[in-house]
Design a protein around this ligand. Structure first.
Ligand SMILES: *[C@@H]1O[C@H](CO)[C@@H](O)[C@H](O)[C@H]1NC(C)=O
Ligand SMILES: *[C@@H]1O[C@H](CO)[C@@H](O)[C@H](O)[C@H]1NC(C)=O
Ligand SMILES: *[C@@H]1O[C@H](CO)[C@@H](O)[C@H](O)[C@H]1NC(C)=O
Ligand SMILES: *[C@@H]1O[C@H](CO)[C@@H](O)[C@H](O)[C@H]1NC(C)=O
Ligand SMILES: *[C@@H]1O[C@H](CO)[C@@H](O)[C@H](O)[C@H]1NC(C)=O
Length: 179
């Protein structure tokens, strides 16, 4: 009698587990893919700088190509190339020159959206960026709000640079998967 009821109980347990699995996996929706092109208005000097070195190795110059230099950034994002086009958010975070020869920077920034479609949602970008290449690719490792569980990648290209006033426009293409 006992072994039989154990078998029955085991079967019931298994059935329950399978049902639970089906239910929990059914709650996860379809993966969506979105591509977007954003323009970062980047000023690295002057009274309105949006990228500022905050620390570095003592006794060395704190520059983009100097190992150990950490920058804090808060670049406005516009829908178009023109700095007067509509602002849809900001890229806020830090990056540190992480290659001894200065060729890479370790990026950890958030795209913080403020436009109607994505207001309050963020996308987290993190990883090594070969900062002097024309196209830099960095991973999208997460997100919040609409972009919860996000993953994907982002490319950065400096499409305009005026060294005299330390002003650059960086095009950022983001491909993101989320539920
Ligand atoms: C997003 O861009 C990638 C790469 O160019 C492309 O393969 C994909 O089809 C695009 N997805 C959408 C939804 O447009
Ligand atoms: C800095 O921003 C202020 C306020 O927007 C503006 O009046 C000023 O001209 C800017 N300065 C420079 C050097 O861009
Ligand atoms: C975005 O959200 C903030 C805070 O909830 C709100 O004050 C603002 O008006 C919203 N902006 C848009 C464009 O919806
Ligand atoms: C908000 O920004 C995203 C990313 O550029 C864009 O796809 C969307 O159309 C924008 N929405 C509005 C209302 O500007
Ligand atoms: C980024 O997107 C633009 C179109 O919005 C395209 O012209 C450009 O080639 C893309 N850059 C990369 C590195 O994919």
């Amino acid at each position: 009698m006992a072994p039989k009821s154990i078998t029955r109980a085991t079967k019931l347990c298994l059935l329950l587990l399978v049902t639970m699995f089906i239910y929990s996996s059914a709650e996860v929706g379809q993966l969506k893919e979105t591509n977007m092109t954003l323009y970062l208005q980047d000023r690295s000097a002057g009274p309105n700088a949006t990228v500022v070195p905050v620390t570095g190795i003592p006794g060395r110059l704190w520059t983009f190509s100097s190992f150990g230099t950490m920058f804090c950034s808060d670049d406005p994002i516009t829908v178009g190339f023109d700095k007067t086009s509509a602002q849809i958010g900001r890229v806020q975070g830090i990056f540190v020159t992480s290659a001894l020869d200065g060729s890479s920077t370790h990026v950890s920034v958030s795209i913080v959206f403020t436009n109607a479609t994505y207001n309050g949602s963020t996308i987290q970008i993190q990883g090594a960026s070969r900062q002097f290449e024309s196209v830099r690719e960095v991973a999208v490792v997460g997100g919040t709000g609409i972009f919860r569980y996000a993953r994907g990648y982002a490319t950065f290209e400096t499409i305009y640079l005026d060294t005299l006033i330390s002003y650059a426009v960086i095009r950022c293409n983001v491909t993101v998967l989320y539920y």
